[in-house]
Design a protein around this ligand. Structure first.
Ligand code: FNR
Length: 184
């Protein structure tokens, strides 16, 4: 069974990216297991904390490394990624040289009420992920503009958006399978 982890780059309880994550997971095929890799309990990264690497950060790294592939849903804050998400990537990149995302297929998607659907944030996120050796899916890109009613009770209500998300997931699972084959 393929194991897909997902990271929501927002810690807000009413996060639209969390809503998108929940709707997206429901669209995965039955033979795919999805699990959340939470970032909300990670402390602010500091080199002072590295000598006694926090258990919560170890757990975070282990969860990343246990996944066959990871989907990151990022909000866009001030045309970039939220600090909480960057902080999580800092932890995943330490200790020095121990890149938990290294060799892992990763897809990026994001939701915003704004028209560009987190495109600017995703450009930054993809650059950071490439630096930490993730195998980032280039296409399709997932720019989701969340208008009122688009996601209701955990489901995407618009058929066109739903079909797009299904295609996006199929492409990502293909990306994951290619990487598994390459490393077999
Ligand atoms: C935003 N928002 C926003 N939206 C956008 O499309 N581009 C942007 O640059 C920003 N900048 C921004 C900065 C800050 C500090 C906040 C709080 C918000 C709006 C943002 O897309 C909206 O709040 C989403 O609901 C955030 O996603 P979550 O947290 O709901 O998943």
């Amino acid at each position: 069974m393929t194991k897909i982890g997902y990271i929501v780059g927002s810690i807000g309880s009413t996060s639209i990216n969390r809503q998108l994550a929940e709707a997206l997971v429901k669209l995965l095929p039955a033979d795919v297991e999805a699990f959340e890799i939470s970032i909300k309990d990670l402390p602010f990264f500091s080199t002072d904390l590295e000598a006694d690497f926090p258990q919560v950060a170890r757990d975070f790294k282990n969860q990343i490394e246990s996944a066959d592939g990871i989907i990151i849903l990022t909000p866009e804050y001030n045309r970039s990624i939220p600090g909480v998400l960057k902080n999580a990537i800092e932890w995943a990149s330490r200790p020095y040289g121990d890149f938990s995302f290294g060799g892992t297929p990763v897809a990026v998607i994001g939701a915003s009420p704004g028209g560009i659907g987190t495109a600017a944030a995703q450009q930054h996120l993809k650059a950071v992920l490439s630096h930490v050796n993730a195998i980032v899916m280039g296409q399709p890109e997932g720019f989701v503009q969340v208008t009122p009613g688009l996601i209701e009770n955990g489901d995407v209500t618009n058929e066109g958006t739903k079909a797009f998300l299904e295609g996006y997931l199929a492409a990502f699972l293909g990306h994951v399978a290619r990487m598994q084959k390459a490393h077999a």
